[in-house]
Every structure is written in C-alpha cells, then in structure tokens.
Design a protein around this ligand. Sequence first.
Ligand code: AMP
Length: 146
Amino acid sequence: MSYEHLLVAVDLTEECDPVIKRAMKLAEPTGAKVSLVHIVEPMAMAFGGDVPMDLSQLQQQQFDQAKERMDRLYAKYPGINRGDSHLKYGQPRQEIHQLATDEACDLIVVGSHGRHGLALLLGSTANDVLHGAPCDVLAVRLLKKD
Ligand code: AMP
C-alpha cells in the first residue's frame, strides 16, 4: 500500500528542508500529493496569558513572517501545491491532527531531534503529534549541528 496524501509539518527553520525532501522523495514514485502545514502558536499562551500590552500587532507580525517563509518554501519546492498548504493558528498537535483528518491525509511527516534525558521527558512536537494521530506518522531524524 502506498501513501496518497502526505502532510508535512514545518517549523519554518532551516531544519524543515530535510523533512520536506524526505517527504517529496517518498511521494515521487507514486505521485502522492504533498501538503505543508505550519502552526503559529498563540503568543498569549507563551506569556501565560497575563501581559500588560496588546499582543495583536505582534501576533500579526508573527503570522506575516510565517507567510513569507512559507512563500519561500513554495518557491524552493515547486512540487508542492500552494493550494494544498496551510498556515494555521493554534496548538500544533491539535491543528495538525484536525487538518490531517479534514484533508484525508494518510501520512504526517515531522522532524525529530531524537532527544534524550530531560529533553525527552519534556517531550517534543514530534512526540506530541504521534499520540492520537489519525493516520501514520513518519518522524524524520534531524541530525544535531554542533
Ligand atoms: P520540535 O520537537 O518542537 O523541535 O519540532 C520537531 C518537528 O515538529 C519539526 O521538525 C516540525 O516537523 C514539527 N513542528 C514543530 N513546530 C511546528 C509548528 N509550529 N508548526 C508545524 N510543525 C511544527
């Protein structure tokens, strides 16, 4: 059985390149569809929801910057259809699962840092996405650059 629709979760750092490349290689032989998704996380959550300033402008900047970076990825990887890609606002696990369900994706592709020790206990997005996923999940191992 081959996959038909891959959903690639991108954090928009330079680390998303190996994740996208792996997904595209996997999709190539069967012509499977490849979609991208990035989730912009609510700022108020990061500040504990108790900040004496209006975050809406900052939030908009964050969103605009993410859109710009997504545009750069479409230019770099023409095999990905813009119409199939998504910029969402919310919590990564929840939004990625919802989108995978709505778009009938059969594989979610994420990057994984293969953390150990305390970092492993604290968890990662890859770990988070794996739990309760509505389809298969591929964690592409990201090598540490140090
Ligand atoms: P992390 O464990 O949080 O460093 O992220 C590992 C992987 O999770 C990344 O390579 C992406 O595939 C995915 N990821 C992390 N943050 C996001 C985000 N905001 N939106 C979409 N995918 C993300």
